[in-house]
Ligand binder design. Structure first.
Ligand SMILES: Cc1cc2nc3c(=O)[nH]c(=O)nc-3n(C[C@H](O)[C@H](O)[C@H](O)COP(=O)(O)O)c2cc1C
Length: 318
């Protein structure tokens, strides 16, 4: 598959997730078979101002290629400047977030709020397309709420403005992350747009991804919460789609190794203090498969540095 001139090796993509899809996480998903990875949403105003924290969130290198940097905002010129920074950082595409349901953002008229204003999405997209040489893609939802489906119009206008692909999270902004996704929106979007259209929402197992792809006709499927602590999901999706033998479920040791790989990379990336704050959450996604999960969790709270954590993993994942 191609997003403009960017080749993407397959339909199983890592969906962007705030606080999760940092560089080490993306690299791990890529190594396990994600065909395309994306950063979390970063405020365009901060990116345009080259704020240090924003640039850290947009750290990338070729090892995770092809990769996408995501920005959110409502001002076309600020979004255009932020997109230039995303391009400078080395990303293969810039993704515009018109999907985030967080109240703070929606109240500012950004993220998901813009789905109520398709002409504004078109203006912002056009400004970004003109500012950069890398492809511009969009992340949207079905619409502002269950009764108002603007995704088909937004995708059509985005294509008109020069966007190269659109991913629809198949829930409304009002739904946030609760309730079933409605993948029936995808054929309606594809009726009005000819660029690649991806869907996301509700993939927890390979069978979900393959079924959504087949039934909706989407060109790709973004995997969100389903891959937290479970990078093996990507290889399973690929195997199932190609009728190949399902890979064996990871052993406890493999789970422990993947967890340690990610946690070590987070200590390296963030330093001791921040990595420790993130540790319980990052580790527990992998450890929830352990028979002695409760014990492990208690152990995590006593960890003070990476050495302590290595010892805990060694004892727990035998
Ligand atoms: C914790 C969390 C953070 C998310 N952050 C972002 C984000 O920064 N940008 C974005 O476009 N989508 C974000 N999403 C939406 C996902 O990309 C994806 O569309 C959604 O999670 C799909 O649903 P699923 O989790 O049921 O698979 C987030 C989702 C979750 C669960």
């Amino acid at each position: 598959m191609k997003i403009a001139r960017v080749s993407v090796a397959g339909p199983f993509l890592l969906a962007p997730m705030e606080e999760h899809t940092n560089y080490p996480f993306r690299l791990q998903m890529k190594r396990h078979g994600a065909a395309l990875v994306c950063t979390e949403r970063v405020d365009a105003a901060d990116v345009a101002a080259r704020d240090r924290r924003a640039l850290r969130l947009l750290f990338t290198n070729a090892a995770e290629s092809p990769r996408v940097g995501q920005i959110s905002g409502a001002d076309p010129s600020v979004m255009a400047e932020a997109a230039r920074v995303v391009e400078e950082q080395g990303f293969d595409a810039v993704d515009l977030n018109f999907e985030c349901p967080i109240r703070r953002l929606v109240n500012r008229g950004e993220g998901g709020a813009l789905l109520a204003d398709p002409p504004a999405v078109e203006r912002i997209t056009a400004a970004v397309v003109q500012a950069v040489n890398i492809p511009t893609t969009l992340k949207i939802r079905t619409g502002p709420d269950g009764a108002t489906e603007t995704a088909p119009e937004v995708a059509a206008r985005a294509e008109q403005a020069g966007a190269a692909a659109v991913e629809v999270h198949c829930r409304s902004v009002q739904q946030a992350y609760v309730g079933g996704p409605d993948w029936s929106v995808i054929p309606r979007v594809k009726e009005l747009a000819t660029i690649p259209i991806f869907g996301s929402g509700g993939v927890r197992a390979a069978a979900d991804a393959v079924q959504y792809l087949k039934e909706s006709g989407a060109d790709g499927v973004g995997i969100g919460r389903g891959c937290l602590g479970n990078p093996w999901l990507f290889a399973e999706c690929r195997a199932l789609r190609h009728g190949a033998a399902m890979p064996k479920s990871p052993s406890a040791q493999e789970r422990g190794r993947a967890m340690l790989e990610l946690v070590e990379a987070e200590f390296h990336l963030y330093g001791n203090q921040v990595a420790l704050r993130r540790l319980a959450r990052t580790a527990c996604y992998y450890a929830k498969f352990l028979p002695k999960f409760a014990e492990f969790k208690t152990g995590v709270h006593a960890v003070r540095n990476i050495g302590d954590f290595r010892r805990l993993v060694k004892e727990s994942f035998r």
